[in-house]
Each structure stands twice: as structure tokens, then as C-alpha cells.
Design a protein around this ligand. Structure first.
Ligand SMILES: Cc1cc2nc3c(=O)[nH]c(=O)nc-3n(C[C@H](O)[C@H](O)[C@H](O)COP(=O)(O)OP(=O)(O)OC[C@H]3O[C@@H](n4cnc5c(N)ncnc54)[C@H](O)[C@@H]3O)c2cc1C
Length: 499
């Protein structure tokens, strides 16, 4: 990869590290922490495209931006969380800043470093990465023995906006939450938000009172889980002056147990779980609200992420008439707003397309192996962490239902264990390979649609690696299985080939 106006590859000083981490989001910082603690003899660097750490929590700036899962489990295992379970992006960034400072991680991060290409050489047993230094425009080269991809799963620069008919005729402003303008004026404006996922559920209560009126326009309903934004057990333990580390661990265990029971119910008794969720909605929205139409999804609960709404704020805004919900399909955008299929015209000054992400499988990096191009869609995922035929590389794809970070932590432990194992064997190369008995596996989607069917994944599943039907080629997306399976994974089961 060459870039105009930069030095040629040959002239460059190449920096080498044992491990190179791509991304300084919640996963990349977890990886760095584990490397430092568990593999102190390994040199490493984190390359981050943005000007600071935080990933998702740095790039998203729309009003109200907050987590939709609790911070006891979204936070790190190794750093206690002491706030309310659902936290704003600012609060998460503060927590990450402390985590970075307390562990002296910042000196390992190169910000404004956009990884453009990564190529593996089996002869040299290392990766070479070409990286754009965004502050100088120069292209820099790095080599590493092991590449740890913590680049997330979606494109940060732009969100996903479907092509709606008549968009060009709309007189007002169309904005995607992922690229929310800092100088956006909402006061006195009529706003229509297209979508009903966690983003819409965050934006709407945040904008109530800061605009004339706000409408959530959804094609189909979503489940929401209204509950107070507090954890009674954590609060009680705190009042007893229990050590923060203990409070964190105990609260995590409790949250995980509750989520496990909810997930089990969603499979074993979806109707009763559905009833409970709808009753909770009814309690806030009141007897006259058309819950059947607006908040009764056709899918079973937890087939998509169940969005927690702290203190039921979205429902409160709807009950008080400061916001409204329309469940209908879009016929066309008009000059004045949106005309729905059933003939209603929703007037708007601003239309917010809370319509999701653009999946980016590996940070839009141009990958190659021994000179040949690499398409991840052709590869089998090994425990959802490594890939068949791709040496010395791991990635973090977290949980979709349980907090993402719970898996980042399992992956970190696995990678550090693997690096130790390689040192003990005195080898430099590890490649996942199918055994004879794996050859006839069916090529299954990386995430099973029956299990979890978020739109951004379904639209792009063809770009993702495949999973098989026997271990270690299965990616269950099930924390409760993986918490035992991954730490016990046999590194000599014949699927990891060492050289
Ligand atoms: C609005 C929003 C709310 C969410 N809420 C939750 C929640 O409550 N709970 C939950 O579990 N999950 C949530 N998620 C999912 C969330 O993205 C993940 O949980 C988590 O933040 C991902 O962390 P990460 O570090 O793996 O990736 P990211 O946060 O995406 O960070 C990846 C980093 O890698 C960098 N990068 C990417 N490509 C390159 C490249 N080529 N070169 C250099 N750097 C690169 C990016 O700049 C970024 O900083 C939410 C997502 C969004 C968008």
C-alpha cells in the first residue's frame, strides 16, 4: 500500500513489537491490561485511529448517549464500577481514563494511527502493517509477531441510512446519530426519529423539553425493559463499607445470574417473559396506551438486545405526551416530513435516522497472507477468536446479549495463555487448521439468526467468517457456556498448528 507524498516503504524505519493491538476502545484497553499483567515480557503497542481512547464512547456524541447494559458487567473485571448501572458516554470515558492512568497504559497507545493494511509472511513469521499517521499524513510501517484485533464491529465514520424514497425532496435536516453535528439546534423544532432500538430510546427522552415535539417512527415494535437505574445489592454493600472490589465482583455475579435466568426464560417460556415486559410497559404507559400496536414485538424477547430504559424514561416521555410513537412503514419523504404507508404525514424539521450501523469486519483493513488477498468470509472462526489458515491473530467480537466486555476478558485470558504456550513450546507461529474430522462441517453463519437477529448483523452476515457445528469451530454467543469452555480450551487438540 502506497500513499501519495509519503516515503517509500524501503525508506521507512520499521518499528517492531511482540504484540500489536488495533483499537483503543474498551476491548483494546482490556487487551493491554492483560498483556501487561500476564505477559510482562512482551512488548506491545496499541494503534488507534481516533485522537483519543474510548472507541464507541468517544465517537458517539448524540444527546443522551449512554450504555444500554449495566456497567458492573460492561466495566472491566479488574476495575470496580461504583456508579449507577446505566452510564453516560462521559462517565464511561472517565472510567476508562482512570483504568488507563492506574495501569500506565497510555504510553503504549499511538493515537491518530489508521491501520490501512496488514500482511502476514510465513517466511518471516510476522505481520507487517502500514499505518497512516493522521497528524503528519505519513505512512508508517510496523511489524509484530501477534496481531490482536480490537477494532470493534462497525464503521465509526458513518452510520447506516437506508435509501428512503423522496429523501432529496425533504426541506429540513437529515441526521444520523453517529454523525450528530455538535452545533445542532433542536429548540423549537419538530423531530422524527426513524427506528426504535437503543439509540432511539436514548435520544428521545434526552431531546424531550429541548424541541417542540419528537416522534419515534418505527416499522415494528421493540422490547424495552424499564427499571430504576440503581442496583440495590451494590448500594447495600456500599452502605456496609464492603471493599469496592468485592462489591464489583458480587454485583457482577448477581447481574449475570439474573441475565442467565432471563435468557433461559426467553427460550423456555418466552410467553411469560413477554407478558412481564408488556406489563412493565403498561404500568408506566397507563391503561389507554396502545401497547398491542406499539410495544408488542412479533419476535421472542432477547432475540435482539433487550434495551434497558433507566427509570422507564422513554415510556414516561410518551405518557406525558412530550413524545409520540407511530408504528407504520415509510411511503416517502416529502418536503415537509414523512408520509407513511397508511397515509399519515409526519411533519418534521429534523429527521433522525436511528437505523443502525455499517458492519466493518476488520476495521476496513486490507489483509493479505503470503502475498495473497484474504477474505474473512472464507474462513472458519476458531472459538470465535481466531480464524482457519490465519496465523498469529486474534480478534475480539464480544457478546451481543451479555455485556460485550465479558467476552473481551475471556479472549484476553485466552490470548495470554496461548502466548505463554507458544513460548513454552519455543514456536513463533500458531495457525488454526481444520482436522480431518472437521472437513465436512456445514458452513454456518457467524451469529445464528435464530439466536440473535439484529439488522446490522443480518444485512452483512455474508461478510463474516463462518462457524461449524463442532468445537472449537462453534461460536455460541453464550457467556454461560464460554466462561467454562474458553479457560479450559485444549491448546493441543489438533486444531492449533504450531511452527
Ligand atoms: C451507541 C452504542 C451503545 C452501545 N451500548 C452498549 C452497551 O451498553 N453494552 C454493550 O455490551 N455493548 C454496547 N454497544 C456495543 C459496543 O460497541 C461494544 O460493547 C464496545 O464498546 C465495543 O468496544 P470495542 O473496543 O470492541 O470496539 P469500539 O468501541 O468500536 O472501538 C474500536 C476502536 O478501534 C479503532 N479502529 C477501528 N478500525 C481501526 C483501524 N483500521 N486502525 C486503527 N484503529 C481502528 C476505532 O477507532 C475504535 O476506537 C454499544 C454500541 C453503540 C454504538
Amino acid at each position: 500500500m502506497e500513499m501519495a507524498g509519503t516515503q517509500s516503504k524501503q525508506d521507512q524505519k520499521i518499528e517492531h513489537f511482540d504484540v500489536l493491538i488495533v483499537g483503543a476502545g474498551i476491548s483494546g484497553i482490556d487487551a493491554a491490561y492483560h498483556l501487561q499483567k500476564d505477559c510482562p515480557n512482551k512488548s506491545f503497542v496499541i494503534l488507534e485511529n481516533q485522537e483519543s481512547f474510548g472507541g464507541t464512547w468517544l465517537t458517539h456524541k448524540y444527546p443522551g448517549i449512554r450504555s444500554d447494559s449495566d456497567l458492573y458487567t460492561f466495566g472491566y473485571k479488574w476495575k470496580p464500577w461504583d456508579g449507577a448501572p446505566i452510564a453516560t458516554a462521559d462517565r464511561i470515558l472517565d472510567y476508562m481514563k482512570e483504568a488507563i492512568e492506574e495501569n500506565d497504559i497510555e504510553r503504549h497507545i499511538r493515537f491518530n494511527s489508521n491501520v490501512k493494511s496488514a500482511s502476514w509472511s510465513s517466511e518471516e513469521k510476522k505481520w507487517t502493517l502500514y499505518v497512516e499517521d493522521k497528524s503528519s499524513g505519513a505512512l508508517k510501517a510496523f511489524t509484530c509477531n501477534f496481531l490482536w484485533m480490537c477494532q470493534g464491529y462497525y464503521r465509526h465514520s458513518e452510520g447506516y441510512t437506508p435509501e428512503f424514497p423522496g429523501m432529496e425532496s425533504f426541506d429540513g435536516e437529515i441526521v444520523h446519530p453517529q454523525t450528530w453535528p455538535e452545533d445542532m439546534v433542536t429548540e423549537g423544532k419538530k423531530i422524527v426519529v426513524i427506528g426504535s432500538g437503543a439509540t432511539a430510546a436514548t435520544l428521545i427522552p434526552a431531546l424531550v423539553g429541548k424541541c417542540d415535539h419528537i416522534t419515534m417512527l418505527q416499522r415494528s415494535p421493540t422490547y424495552f425493559f424499564p427499571a430504576p437505574n440503581k442496583n440495590d445489592l451494590a448500594d447495600e454493600l456500599r452502605s456496609l463499607d464492603v471493599k469496592p472490589e468485592w462489591i464489583h465482583e458480587i454485583t457482577r455475579l448477581k447481574v449475570l445470574k439474573e441475565q442467565e435466568l432471563t435468557a433461559q426464560r426467553s427460550f423456555q417460556d418466552p410467553e411469560s417473559l413477554k407478558k412481564d415486559l408488556l406489563n412493565a410497559a403498561r404500568e408506566i404507559l397507563g391503561p389507554d396506551f396502545d401497547i398491542e400496536k406499539h410495544f408488542t414485538p412479533s419476535y421472542r424477547p432477547w432475540r435482539q438486545r433487550l434495551a434497558f430504559i433507566p427509570n422507564g424514561d422513554l415510556f414516561v416521555a410518551l405518557r406525558e405526551g412530550k413524545a409520540s410513537v407511530v408504528t407504520d412503514h415509510i411511503e416517502t419523504f416529502t418536503e415537509k416530513g414523512i408520509l407513511t404507508k397508511s397515509g399519515e404525514e409526519l411533519e418534521a424539521d429534523i429527521i433522525v435516522t436511528a437505523t443502525g450501523f455499517n458492519l466493518s469486519v476488520m476495521g476496513d483493513i486490507d489483509f493479505s497472507i503470503d502475498g495473497g488477498p484474504l477474505d474473512f468470509a472464507d474462513r472458519w472462526a476458531h472459538r470465535g477468536i481466531m480464524f482457519s489458515g490465519i496465523p498469529n491473530m486474534a480478534w475480539v467480537f464480544g457478546y451481543l446479549r451479555t455485556s460485550w466486555t465479558m467476552r473481551a476478558n475471556l479472549v484476553s485470558d485466552f490470548v495470554c495463555r496461548l502466548l505463554h504456550h507458544m513460548d513454552e513450546k519455543d514456536v513463533q507461529m500458531v495457525t488454526p487448521e481444520l482436522r480431518a474430522e472437521d472437513m465436512d462441517m456445514p458452513k454456518l453463519d457467524f451469529v445464528d439468526e435464530e439466536n440473535f437477529n439484529a439488522g446490522y448483523l443480518m444485512r452483512n452476515m455474508h461478510l463474516m467468517p463462518k462457524q461449524g457445528d463442532k468445537q472449537p469451530w462453534v461460536f455460541s454467543q453464550d457467556y454461560y457456556k464460554e466462561k467454562d469452555e474458553i479457560p479450559a480450551a485444549d491448546l493441543e487438540d489438533g486444531t492449533l498448528v504450531y511452527k
